[in-house]
Structures are given as C-alpha cells and as structure tokens.
Design a protein around this ligand. Sequence first.
Ligand code: FES
Ligand SMILES: [Fe+2]
Length: 380
Amino acid sequence: MTRWNEDVDEVQAVSPDITDETNALPAKYFTDPDVWEMEKEKVFSRYWVYAGHENCIPDAGDYFTRTVGDKQVIVARDEDGDVRAFYNVCAHRGSKMVADTPMTDPGNMGRIQCPYHLWTYDLDGDLRSTPRSFEEASLNPDLDDSDVAGLDPDENGLLEVRTDSIGPLVFLNFADDPPLSLAEQAGKLKTRLESLPLEEYQHARRYVSEVACNWKTFGGNYSECDHCQANHQDWITGIQLDESALEVNDYHWVLHYTHEEDVEDELRIHDEHEAQFHYFWPNFTVNMYGTADGYGTYIVDPIDEERFQLIADYYFAEPELTEAEEEFVRTSRQLQEEDFELVERQYEGLRSGALGQGQLGPNEHTLHRFHRLAQEAYNA
Ligand code: FES
Ligand SMILES: [Fe+2]
C-alpha cells in the first residue's frame, strides 16, 4: 500500500489495494470526476436506491419526482393503488414532462401530460391521447389524412422503472437485469423493518443541505463513531458508547448504541435503551432512535464528485411535533451540522492529492465494507 502520493500521480487499481482490512479505498476514488461518471452507471444504475415514502402519496394520481444522477423519475400512485415509477421523459421527442416535485410537497394529476405537444399518458404509462395534429397530415403535402396510422397506446407509452418496497419505503432499480433483488440487497434490514409499523408514522420534518464533499466521505463518517467523542459533545452526554456495537452485513451495516434515557415506543426493534443506525448501500440510512418515538432516514445524494445533498427526513406518530420531539430534531440537526464540518475538512485534505490511500482503524471495519462494495461495483 502506497500511502503518500510522493510525486506519484497515479494510484494503483482498486482491487489489489484494499483487500487488507486496514486499507481504505484510494483517495482518487473520492475526488476524480471520471469515478463519479462511472458511479452513475455502475452504482446508481445497478443497485436499489431509495425513491421515497409511500405515505406521502396516499391517493390515485398523487406523485413526486426523484432524481438519481442524471435520471429523473415520476413516482406515482396509479388507479389500482399501486406505486409505480416512470422516467420523466416523453415518448414523443423526449421532453421532461413534469416539474421537479419533492415528496414533501407532492402533486396530483389524473393523467401525465407533456407540455411540449400535449401527448397525454394514463397513470399506468400507456399513451392515452395525442392532439389532432398527430392524427391528421394537413401540413404535409406528401400524405393524406388516411395514410396516418394511429399510435399504439402500449408501444408509445412511458418507460417504466422497476420498483419494490420495504414497508412504506419505495426503492428503484434502473438496471434491465438487476444483479440482486431488493430482498437480496437488503437482507436482514428488510426483515427488521418489515416487523415494525413504519407506515403508521407520518412525515414530520425535512432538512435539505448541500455539502462540499464526495458522497462516500459522508457515508463513511456515518458508518463509524470513533469521531463522536471528540466532535459531538452535546449529543454524547447520556449515551453509552462503550456498550455500542458495529454489525456488518452484506449490503448494510448497523451502529448500535445505548442511552441512559429511553422512551416507550412502537418501533422497538432493538433492546430497551438501544438505538440503531443503519447504512444501506449505496446511499440511504434508516435511523431508529433510542430516545424518540419516531424514525428518520437520510438520503446521501451525490451532485457530482465534490458535492452531495443530504436529505434528512423525520417520521413521528403525528406530523405536529411535541416540544420534546422538536428538541430531538434540533439535536439531530446539530449533529448533521457538526458532521458536515468534519467531512468538508476531510475533503479539503483528500483533494490536495497528498494522501494516496487512507488507513482504517479496527473499529472502521464498517467503512471497509463500504469501500469494498464500491470496489466491487467498479470492477463489475
Ligand atoms: S415531446 Fe412530449 S409531446 Fe412532444
Ligand atoms: Fe458524526
């Protein structure tokens, strides 16, 4: 392992470099724009990525959009009550159809209509109607109206994207032939979450923040708590990190820790006083708190190789928060801001090019799993 880039611009290929437990993914994989281009295909178009929460679209025609890399989908509830996803791209000449619509402010539509030439689609994606200008050839001297063939609604429909769910959490997969089912990718996380009444909780709060570092840098920070004692002074009070454990699974890893205080809650997947923070490859987390009757999720959305957006959502029994819940969310937000400072500072260091490859400690085996998954994806 070459640690410092002493006049060496090139780093080794990933494979031989990180087979050892202490080896991080080489720094270049966090800073190189070509790696981000590769990730759009090899990571975000192959694995299951979180789309959103289906409680936010309870009725037929409710929808939100979700952008993953260069791709955007419309996630909508159809007339049969099923949640489906379509590329937000018109089958006529490719226009984007609906405006960006976050899950927290969903839209409703009876049909999906493209504003460019008004092709109109049913909520199952079939082409429903086109204007007269597509049924007649009045402006074309080479054609009679009778030469104009009608358009097959099914053949000219929207391109659907595969979806699957864990409880109310909807996931997408852009691959024609996904390497894993959602159940295979989620493993034990699916069983755990499905045993809980997650759908009974309502979306209560969202924070969106743009952060100046690579998405994997934040993913790594979330995955270990060796930095907590030194950097989360307020939060650390009342937490017993010495009783914490890090559990590593195939595509997710979990930080368990215990609290002095506890609340009675329905989401008791864990022992009393215990919290569980799950990181689910590639960019989603599920946060089961030990001191609030609610749960949270993070979406760690890359913007490019040097910026990501953190979307933090909170779910409680009621969308109107009690004073204690408000305080809980404030503390959680403070934690995020402390972490943003850490990862931005780390990223400045990584970007300098001085470090070829980081060295992981014995309690950073979760990060090693994360980096190995990245390596596996790049090599696939
Ligand atoms: S591009 Fe959508 S109707 Fe023409
Ligand atoms: Fe942190």
